[in-house]
Design a protein around this ligand. Structure first.
Ligand code: NAG
Ligand code: NAG
Ligand code: NAG
Ligand code: NAG
Ligand code: NAG
Ligand code: NAG
Length: 407
């Protein structure tokens, strides 16, 4: 227990010193009059995106200007777009702002980088004005309304990140405008186009499950869709299920909460699904080993292989296996378990492989949907999962730590 805590502290220190050059949340925390702006950078998940970039400028607005923006009661989606208009993808310190070549420039913003900004609407016009003023405005074909002004510099880390105060919100009809309402997002369309066609087709053929998915988007939804090859191979078994079991099975791949990949990476634990109904748990366990996120049920382990969409309130990931809920695939699985013993045997070579630094190559023999039916077995599995997890953590920490020593 002690050792594990020490390891996680080490891991934390290693990660925080090695991968993040700056932390916008921490930089802004020094300036309490920007606490609302800071809070919304976190809420909209822009903060981690900002932390991974360098050569950027954050145009912050104070609490009074933020409360004016918030009084419009925009959706979180629209707020994210507006705030991403305040992240310029270039470094503008105080000096550079006052010495713009030719007195005017267009700066691309993070909103432009999302690809949802038509024309020049994702650019900010910065112009040096009379009397040493610097004006800002959303770029438009007929020039910009330069009615927002530079106030002062808050933080400068040349040339990684500059945080400046501007007088008020950079208005943008496009960013505020009717966001592609989450309810209009075509879930199956996104799956079809990104390697989960068989799952999408199966979902479309089941109106009840389709409706559950579509109705859940607004409130936040995370979908884990099995890739085509594994799902195709699974179809005969799916067709064998009763009608209500089919619905539950399909709903089992949706979680009624939005979870970004970084949230999944930092949250291990049991997750309820759209199929969860009181005593019918239909849940699975999220467990991660460093960068790799895995989903586990009693008989299967699937890994996240890709992100199809991650735009609050919706995230869709692809997974490499068909996760089998224990409520439907308890004892009736096709191939009898090879033997109750391989748990240990399978565990040992796996972790030695990890120490050797090849975490991607475990094809996990324990993953096959073998039939292990009883409760005692379940407990054994759970314990093995924990042991396995901490050993992996140890290996990951060790290698990160060694990497740090080498620097
Ligand atoms: C700027 O970012 C780079 C790359 O992330 C980092 O190596 C460097 O230390 C940063 N500079 C400062 C002054 O923080
Ligand atoms: C950034 O700083 C905040 C506040 O100190 C902290 O909660 C957060 O974990 C930090 N993020 C990273 C990526 O270090
Ligand atoms: C500044 O203006 C000159 C002359 O119009 C032009 O050639 C040059 O490209 C401009 N520079 C920038 C950075 O816009
Ligand atoms: C910025 O806006 C001003 C005022 O409309 C305009 O005169 C200027 O040409 C614009 N700058 C650029 C680079 O488009
Ligand atoms: C979603 O996209 C698929 C494939 O592009 C299409 O067949 C289907 O009709 C669309 N559904 C809706 C509700 O637009
Ligand atoms: C489907 O169910 C039948 C009858 O229970 C069984 O014989 C058959 O093996 C099952 N097929 C699959 C693919 O599970």
């Amino acid at each position: 227990m002690e050792a594990r805590r020490l390891l996680s502290v080490l891991l934390f220190l290693t990660i925080s010193y090695s991968t993040h050059a700056h932390n916008i949340t921490r930089l802004l925390a020094k300036h309490p009059t920007f606490s609302t702006f800071n809070h919304y950078l976190t809420l909209t998940h822009l903060a981690p995106e900002i932390n991974t970039r360098t050569t950027i400028t954050i145009c912050a607005i104070d609490n009074a200007a933020m409360s004016h923006l918030l009084s419009k009661h925009l959706s979180l989606y629209a707020l994210k777009n507006i705030l991403s208009m305040h992240v310029l993808l270039d470094y503008f310190g105080s000096k550079k702002l006052h010495q713009i070549t030719n007195g005017t420039a267009l700066a691309a913003t993070m909103f432009q980088a999302t690809g949802s900004a038509p024309g020049s609407s994702g650019f900010v016009n910065i112009t040096d004005l009379k009397g040493g003023k610097v004006g800002f405005g959303t770029a438009a074909p007929d020039g910009a309304d330069l009615d927002v002004f530079y106030v002062k510099s808050l933080e400068e880390v040349p040339y990684n990140i500059s945080v400046i105060q501007i007088s008020k919100v950079l208005e943008s009809d496009v960013a505020e405008g009717p966001a592609p309402g989450p309810a209009q997002v075509n879930l199956t369309g996104i799956m079809l186009a990104h390697g989960c066609k068989v799952f999408a087709d199966t979902l479309l053929a089941n109106p009840e499950a389709s409706k559950t998915y579509q109705d859940s988007v607004d409130g936040g939804l995370t979908v884990f869709c099995p890739l085509d090859d594994p799902f195709k191979a699974f179809l005969p078994k799916f067709k064998n299920l009763s009608a209500p079991a089919k619905v539950s099975f399909l709903e089992f791949f949706g979680v009624p909460v939005y979870q970004s990949l970084s949230m999944l990476k930092s949250n291990n634990g049991v997750m309820n699904t759209l199929a969860t109904d009181g005593a019918s748990k239909f849940d699975f366990t999220v467990q991660n080993d460093g960068e790799q996120v895995t989903l586990k049920t009693k008989s299967t382990t699937a890994r996240i292989t890709g992100t199809l969409i991650d735009e609050q309130p919706l995230a869709i990931y692809s997974i490499d296996k068909v996760l089998l809920p224990k409520e439907l695939f308890k004892a009736g699985a096709p191939t009898p378990a090879p033997a109750p013993a391989p748990e240990k045997a399978a565990d040992a070579p796996k972790s030695s492989k990890d120490v050797a630094g090849a975490p991607a190559s475990d094809s996990a023999p324990a993953d096959s949907p073998d039939a292990d039916g009883d409760v005692a077995d379940q407990r054994a599995d759970d314990n093995a999962g924990v042991r396995y997890g901490s050993r992996r953590l140890a290996a990951a920490t060790l290698s990160l730590f060694l990497g740090l020593l080498l620097l």
